[in-house]
Design a binder for this molecule. Structure first.
Ligand SMILES: Cc1cc2nc3c(=O)[nH]c(=O)nc-3n(C[C@H](O)[C@H](O)[C@H](O)COP(=O)(O)OP(=O)(O)OC[C@H]3O[C@@H](n4cnc5c(N)ncnc54)[C@H](O)[C@@H]3O)c2cc1C
Length: 446
């Protein structure tokens, strides 16, 4: 880690999570490629260090299961980045399988068509074909409620700490300097331009700021005196006045031990599995009591998260509101640990879906597990300039998977043109009646 903060840098990246590091690395490569500079023009500042935010605790699932179609192209770029060096990033391209009831069938058809249209191959199965597909991979899958399945061939999962270490290493290889323990406390501004970034270690003059502050984004938004609320127009013609710009949600994830290898019928590491059954409750398999009136669960091999073999999974996040206690972050924050009911929910849902997980409630791994994210007004990322020389990557907590955003933002920084695939994610959509946010799901990640 670098020690002496310079008094000036052409590009200042704030935040050493997945977005800050990917953007810095790609910007360094783009500057070199175009002869406009190099990684030595870039510094990354993090108040704690690489992976101190959500990027260091994410489940690591890389999927394209979005009803918001412009995200499909973003994931195409992201998988290109993951596959650039899958070993360095711990990326396992095992695929992603999502299963639903009949009410989601049309959405799945739309998603499959859109994913394939941007070169992200996926296959949709209906009815008996869907059930057969699942039992071919997992013979003990209890498929009675399943009517539709999507199989994303390029998706998978990554090791979170490994990905951060890999990206930080890429940055260093290109001369980017990463400073840990340097907190940005303010911005020196002339009108809509930032001339310097103020930190607890001194002031850094800069030409451009790349703001990649994750859950802390609302703090930076406030430093720019931007409004707490805005009017949001949706594509269906509806309109909400005075919506919160930022809403915090907390994630519920955990681990379940499983002493046999979790593999497919063919002996392979299975695809990440996601099941949303909007009309099927989750019942505590020991007491028979209903825990939730619908099922939303995902899991994959636990890998770097586990101290012995097991699965890592989760369910839908829970809304907190426009304010949240950010410090301490993640597993260290008592206020945002997974709820007590979750230790029954995850293994019960798994057991209800696959025979091999029946009776696994005692196998739930009791440990601290929690994390929060700042969501945008329509729960879809905002990638845009928020001052003349400040670019914000606010992924609405979707974004461990979105390493490709940094590649696209780097193109814009060096080339001056907004890449077509970034255009749908500007702030202007809210006033223009182009906000996203509909879809047949109970989940805010649409
Ligand atoms: C429990 C959990 C599980 C998740 N699982 C998945 C998943 O499976 N798949 C997926 O795609 N996404 C997942 N996500 C979402 C994903 O992790 C985040 O969207 C993504 O990591 C955000 O990356 P980031 O770089 O924007 O922010 P972060 O990783 O939060 O990085 C922001 C950094 O900014 C630094 N910072 C903030 N303010 C300042 C300041 N003033 N000065 C200096 N530094 C500052 C912080 O220290 C932090 O390191 C999950 C999130 C959580 C919480």
């Amino acid at each position: 880690m670098e020690r002496t903060l310079p008094d000036g840098a052409t590009y200042t990246v704030i935040g050493a999570g997945i977005h800050g590091l990917s953007t810095a690395w790609h910007l360094a490569m783009a500057l070199e490629r175009t002869g406009k500079g190099s990684g030595t023009d870039i510094i990354v500042l993090d108040k704690t260090g690489p992976g101190a935010g959500a990027s260091g605790i994410a489940c690591g699932c890389v999927r394209n299961l979005y009803m918001t179609e412009p995200l499909h192209a973003i994931l195409r770029h992201s998988v290109d980045v993951w596959m650039h060096d899958p070993v360095a990033f711990g990326f396992q391209q095992v695929g992603y399988v999502s299963a639903g009831e009949a009410n989601q069938a049309e959405e799945y058809d739309r998603m499959t068509a859109s994913q394939n249209a941007v070169g992200y191959p996926s296959t949709v199965y209906h009815g008996r074909e869907a059930r057969d597909f699942l039992t071919t991979l997992w013979p003990d899958f209890k498929t009675d409620r399943i009517e539709v399945v999507i199989h994303e061939h390029l998706s998978g999962y990554a090791g979170t700490l490994q990905a951060i270490a890999g990206l930080a290493e890429k940055c260093r290889q290109h001369g980017v300097r990463i400073f840990a323990g340097v907190e940005v406390t303010g911005y020196d501004r002339q009108g809509r331009r930032v001339s310097a970034v103020e930190t607890d270690h001194g002031t850094v003059r800069t030409d451009a700021v790349l703001l990649c502050a994750g859950a802390w984004m609302p703090n930076h938004w406030a430093l720019f005196d931007l409004p707490d609320t805005l009017d949001v127009g949706y594509r269906d013609g509806s309109f909400v006045a005075g919506k919160d710009m930022w809403t915090f949600w907390r994630l519920l994830e955990g681990e379940v031990y499983h002493d046999r290898a979790y593999v497919t019928a063919g002996g392979h590491n299975p695809p990440v599995l996601h099941v949303e059954l909007m009309n099927t409750p989750v019942v505590n398999e020991e007491t028979g009591q209903e825990i939730q009136d619908n099922t939303y669960v995902y899991w994959k091999n636990g890998n770097e998260r586990m101290d012995r073999p097991g699965l890592q999974g989760g369910t839908m996040p829970i809304r907190i509101g426009p304010k949240a206690a950010l410090e301490p972050y993640g597993h260290a924050n008592d206020a945002y640990q997974a709820d007590p009911w979750f230790s029954a929910y995850l293994p019960s849902a798994m057991g209800a879906l696959m025979g091999r997980f029946e009776g696994h409630m005692p196998q739930f791994r009791e440990r601290r597990n929690g994390g929060i994210g700042a969501f945008t007004p329509d729960n879809v990322p905002v990638f845009d300039w928020i001052q003349d020389n400040v670019y914000m990557i606010a992924d609405s907590n979707h974004g461990f998977k979105m390493t490709g955003v940094g590649k696209l933002v780097a193109e814009e920084m060096v080339g001056g043109e907004t890449p077509a695939d970034l255009k749908p994610f500007g702030m202007a959509r809210f006033a223009a009646g182009q906000a996203y946010g509909s879809g047949v799901t109970n989940c805010p990640w649409v």
